[in-house]
Design a binder for this molecule. Structure first.
Ligand SMILES: [Zn+2]
Ligand SMILES: [Zn+2]
Length: 154
């Protein structure tokens, strides 16, 4: 591997590590949250990841002006704004914030979670995390399938 490729590779790995660290920190802050970097996610989460991967490969994803393909860094997308990636700073500044009822809609079944609360999780694609918000029923189903698979590996 030539030095430029090596440097890119190191940056990519660092960005992926940083992304995982941030997700873990967020999950610790919200004990009900779920996070999973690899393994066998729920089919819905997998389909979400597949969609993003296809969009990325096809070059159809828009990014904030801080992201550049030659300098890997943690990138964030979300299920409720398909096709947009933003850097950590833009996310902190509210790039993915939505207001009103849209903020409460389950990304999986479109239920308005006003009465029941919304749960957050993320699908990981290397240095890219795709966040989603789901209703308690969808959350239990997603979490249940992840735990069943994790249990099966032990
Ligand atoms: Zn940005
Ligand atoms: Zn739902």
């Amino acid at each position: 591997m030539d030095p430029r490729e090596q440097a890119y590779d190191d940056q990519l790995r660092a960005a992926t590590r940083e992304q995982l660290r941030m997700i873990e920190a967020r999950v610790r802050a919200h004990p009900e949250g779920s996070a999973h970097g690899d393994g066998h996610p729920h089919p819905w989460v997998e389909a979400l990841g597949d969609w993003w991967e296809a969009e990325l490969r096809a070059g159809r994803v828009r990014t904030c002006r801080h992201l550049h393909p030659s300098t890997p860094q943690p990138m964030h997308g979300c299920a409720w704004m398909p096709g947009l990636l933003a850097c950590s700073m833009c996310v902190a500044l509210g790039a993915f914030n939505v207001t009103g009822p849209a903020d409460r809609i389950c990304d999986r079944c479109s239920l308005d979670t006003l009465e029941v609360g919304i749960y957050n999780g993320a699908a990981m694609l290397g240095p890219v995390s795709i966040e989603y918000g789901v209703c308690p029923d969808c959350y239990r189903e997603i979490k249940g399938s992840i735990e069943a698979q994790q249990g099966g590996r032990q």
